[in-house]
Ligand binder design. Structure first.
Ligand code: NAP
Length: 246
């Protein structure tokens, strides 16, 4: 699927799903920007891709900080002169039951998972409009569609991401830019490694394909939506959850 030669910015590209996407896109011939605030893991990811003959470069960014995002986007445009693909993949959890959730937990998750998506997209969209081409992919979650105990903040952001995706699909469709979301189920990454193995096994039993997801499962969904061939797919929320949401 066509991403060869495309410049793809993948936020949160140093770990988990983002890292799997970085490797897959580089393998398919894209010039990949690993945009992450974990410098050590980001540089390691860059090295791994380069050792396998792919093109990747790490740019540090905190997606919750507009100046940091503008700096990252400016550096990418200076290096490559274009951004074709933006994958708003960076995200965090800070779980607590509603009656125990602190304002700090609420605000931090919103700042990264929701405002971060807004900042990154706004920072690239003028450039994409001028070129008349763009693929924007936002990472939602099964939790954004159905909620989850202990995840008021996370569910709010992942539902919000769907709202922004649909709005931008309507705003930008005529400019050559498509905007879609991916809603993963439970995927084995450092994020879910924080959950007890017992809960993960219970989750796996509920999944119709009988297993948890792997980061690569989501990376392939990103790849399809980012490809040249997906030009008539706009505003969808693609579930990658093994049928969990049925
Ligand atoms: P992960 O392994 O924790 O990776 C997330 C990456 O984003 C990390 O490298 C993290 O850096 C980085 N990051 C966090 N805050 C950032 C910020 N402010 N600016 C830039 N980078 C930042 O997570 P994952 O499981 O791959 O999740 C990727 C996306 O999929 C997230 O949006 C998540 O909500 C979504 N998702 C995951 C699952 C799942 O089951 N794993 C399910 C549904 C949706 P640090 O390591 O330094 O924190």
């Amino acid at each position: 699927m066509g991403v060869r030669g495309r410049v793809a910015v993948i936020t949160g590209g140093a770990s988990g799903i983002g890292l799997a996407a970085v490797k897959r896109f580089a393998h398919e011939g894209a010039k990949v920007v690993i945009a992450d605030y974990n410098e050590e893991a980001g540089r390691e990811a860059e090295k791994t891709v380069r050792e396998t003959g792919g093109e990747a470069v790490f740019f540090p960014v905190d997606v919750s900080n507009r100046e940091s995002v503008d700096r990252m986007v400016g550096s990418v445009l200076e290096k490559y002169g274009q951004i074709d693909i933006l994958i708003n993949n960076a995200g965090i959890t800070q779980d607590a039951m509603l009656h125990k959730m602190t304002t700090e937990q609420w605000e931090r998750v919103l700042a990264i998972n929701l405002s971060g998506v807004f900042h990154c997209t706004q920072a690239v969209v003028r450039h994409m409009r001028e070129r008349g081409y763009g693929r924007i992919i936002n990472t939602s979650s099964v939790v954004g569609k159905f909620g989850n105990v202990g995840q008021t903040n996370y569910a709010a952001t992942k539902a919000g991401v769907i709202g922004m995706t649909q709005t931008w699909a309507k705003e930008l469709g005529r400019t050559g830019i498509t905007v879609n979301a991916v809603a993963p189920g439970f995927i084995r990454t450092p994020m879910t490694a924080k959950m007890p193995e017992k809960i993960l096994s219970m989750m796996a039993e509920k999944v119709n394909v009988g297993r948890l997801g792997e980061p690569e499962d989501v990376a392939y969904a990103y790849l399809f939506l980012a490809s040249d061939e997906a030009s008539y797919v706009n505003g969808i929320v693609l579930s990658v959850d093994g049928g969990l949401s049925l």
